[in-house]
Design a protein around this ligand. Structure first.
Ligand code: TYD
Length: 217
């Protein structure tokens, strides 16, 4: 089964992914964790281009195609073989990031994004996506605490991030069976417990293999 985490940079999704992986490993589950963009040789190279601040002239359409190319490689080279081998796959971001960042926030037609997503992912769909929602001020606070230099995406400004946050909230309303919205300002342990419970429910219901190919965004 395939699970994903989404949210603004600094929403705590990477921490939650790590905690979920630990919880599942403690139960002897075989799993694979990945991040987007990246996870393959091609994907890591494309990630370098996408986050490079020197690429300030990158067009929204080019950005969309690069994220999509990296995702296609990841699906074919890593995710599909892992799922076929019976592993649980946990991903830090997947296609909902593209709907939020390139679609709602950059303004690219969502129908084009749907079409490209189908093309790149062959209809592969996460069983459940956890959206960690945090207000902008918390994102900035957490980012400041990391004392990390802003990359090209992170240099997009507050208005852009406000749009991304609202996009995620809209997507969670539109696709409630696929995206589970969580309050990212809650304590990490509380969140981790709730996420692990939900994942265990899905695993015990055993519907993953059947559902993972039904793309319906
Ligand atoms: P990363 O350093 O992985 O950020 P984070 O820790 O927040 O996940 O950088 C990925 C950046 O790329 C992040 O700003 C979100 C953005 N992004 C998109 O705009 N579209 C996408 O489809 C994906 C996967 C990421």
């Amino acid at each position: 089964m395939f699970f994903c985490f989404e949210g603004l940079d600094g929403s705590g999704k990477s921490t939650q992914l790590t905690m979920l992986a630990e919880g599942l490993r403690a139960q002897g589950r075989d799993l694979l964790t990945i991040r987007e963009p990246g996870g393959t040789r091609l994907g890591e190279a494309v990630r370098g281009i996408l986050l490079d601040k020197e690429q300030h002239q990158m067009q929204p359409e080019a950005e969309l195609l690069l994220f999509t190319a990296a995702r296609n490689q990841l699906v074919k080279e890593v995710i599909e073989p892992a799922l076929r081998a019976g592993k649980i796959v946990l991903s830090d971001r997947f296609y909902w990031s593209t709907f939020a960042y390139q679609g709602y926030a950059r303004g690219i037609d969502l129908e084009i994004i749907k079409m490209l997503t189908q093309f790149a992912c062959h209809g592969l769909q996460p069983r459940q996506t956890f959206l960690l929602d945090v207000p902008l001020h918390m994102m900035k606070q957490r980012h400041g605490a990391m004392a990390k230099e802003h990359d090209r995406m992170e240099s997009s400004g507050d208005l852009f991030y406000e749009k991304v946050r609202n996009a995620y909230l809209s997507l969670a309303k539109l696709y409630p069976s696929q995206i589970t919205q969580l309050d990212g300002s809650l304590g990490a342990t509380v969140l981790a417990k709730s996420i692990l419970n939900q994942v265990m429910e899905q695993l015990n219901s055993g519907e993953g293999a059947r559902d993972s190919r039904l793309a319906s965004y």
